[in-house]
Design a protein around this ligand. Structure first.
Ligand code: MN
Length: 390
């Protein structure tokens, strides 16, 4: 009895973000599955860790364009979850900039829409949002399950506040968000937002830290999404990073999800305590491989044979199993360096990629051409005197 009583004092949740469902669906269906598997992984973990709710910090989808098979499977994952848990674990989400893209297939979307709203209409998740032009006291309406509208939801003595991606208006609206959140109401406050904090990623725009700091007297846990690189700040700002590497540069990023446990018992002492556990998801392996061209190749076939030989050697050394299951095959990034082939402007990268995929156990491949000519171009900008003495 005692144990279950103390268990009741704990509220657990998962904070994940930037799943980017739909990524890779046109190039590689197996790679696209990785993003679905992230969603599946989060949901399975929610069940085994017996969490009370799941937070998704936006960019759940990569774009408005998604193939029927992908969407069908997403709906099935969420329906199965709802059934299995008897709808006891709520998924609370906000829209990120990718969820509300203004274009689909090159045409401008006139009415704002998102796949998250579609899933909300199927009662598969809760989407928090505000009318940013409402006065502060009316900014966060309690979520209404009938109209499926509202900017806050209470679970036990935890209140989750959230808004869609606010873009350029973020800095302007943050003080209003602060005024719209009650102070000292005895509840643990979470604010779900889709923005980055300047300084956490080099050369990526973000909100200045001093514009965010004032929220700290109302918010116990600022749940962010947007930057695909994981960071934590000041013991109250948390950004888990993306579920998978969405682009090649992200292959080395620290990312994952947070499993948070709030001890609501301490609330009587006017201070909540909580701990945040990092959970790394099983992401697909990313392999970077550089090939130097020692001579100027005259024909496309020479290039293909040379690369094939190098890859054969590489794969026999590093990957023993030829018949790897799809889930174990890496993404291959191939960097071509050295002498630029004569015909390189017509080098058919698509064909080269297809040949690699046919012959080697990789799930998808990208090729970057970084020939020596690029360096020569740089040299032309440096006075020749600088080289004279070398
Ligand atoms: Mn994103």
């Amino acid at each position: 009895m005692l144990k279950s009583d103390s268990e009741n004092q704990k509220v657990r949740f998962i904070h994940a973000s930037d799943i980017h469902l739909g990524t890779g669906q046109y190039q590689s269906p197996e790679r696209a599955d990785d993003f679905l598997n992230v969603l599946k992984g989060i949901i399975d973990l929610a069940i085994t860790k017996k969490v009370n709710f799941i937070l998704l910090g936006g960019d759940v989808f990569s774009s408005l364009d998604i193939l029927p098979e992908q969407l069908g499977r997403i709906v099935k994952i969420l329906k199965d979850f709802r059934e299995k848990t008897q709808n006891s674990i709520k998924i609370i989400a906000i829209e990120g900039n990718h969820d509300i893209k203004k274009y689909s297939r090159g045409a401008r979307i006139k009415r704002r829409q998102s796949w998250l709203r579609f899933l909300q209409d199927l009662d598969l998740l809760i989407l928090l949002d505000i009318n940013p032009d409402a006065p502060p006291e009316k900014l966060f309406q309690t979520y209404d399950y009938k109209t499926k509208k509202g900017g806050k939801i209470r679970i036990g003595n935890v209140i989750v506040y959230g808004t869609s991606y606010l873009g350029r208006r973020t800095e302007e609206i943050l003080p209003k968000i602060r005024s719209g959140i009650a102070k000292n109401d005895g509840c643990f406050h979470i604010l779900l937002q889709h923005f980055g904090i300047k300084g956490q990623m080099k050369n990526v725009p973000g909100i200045l830290p001093y514009k965010v700091q004032p929220l700290n007297d109302r918010i116990n846990y600022l749940a962010l999404g947007h930057y695909h690189l994981q960071f934590k700040l000041g013991g109250w700002i948390f950004n888990p990073g993306s579920g998978e590497a969405v682009s090649s540069i992200e292959s080395n990023y620290k990312r994952g999800i947070f499993l948070v446990e709030i001890n609501t018992e301490t609330e009587k002492k006017k201070k909540f305590s909580f701990n945040v556990k990092n959970i790394t998801l099983k992401n697909r392996e990313h392999l970077w491989f550089t090939i130097y061209f020692p001579q100027i190749f005259q024909g496309e076939q020479d290039v293909i044979s040379f690369i094939t030989e190098k890859l054969k050697k590489k794969f026999s050394e590093e990957i023993e199993e030829r018949n790897l299951p799809h889930s174990k095959k890496p993404v291959l990034y191939l960097v071509l360096r050295g002498n630029k082939p004569l015909f390189s402007s017509n080098l058919d990268l698509r064909n080269l990629q297809d040949r690699i995929l046919e012959q080697f156990p990789v799930i998808s491949t990208r090729i970057y051409e970084k020939y020596v000519e690029n360096i020569r171009t740089l040299e032309t900008f440096i006075p020749i005197n600088n080289f004279a003495k070398i």
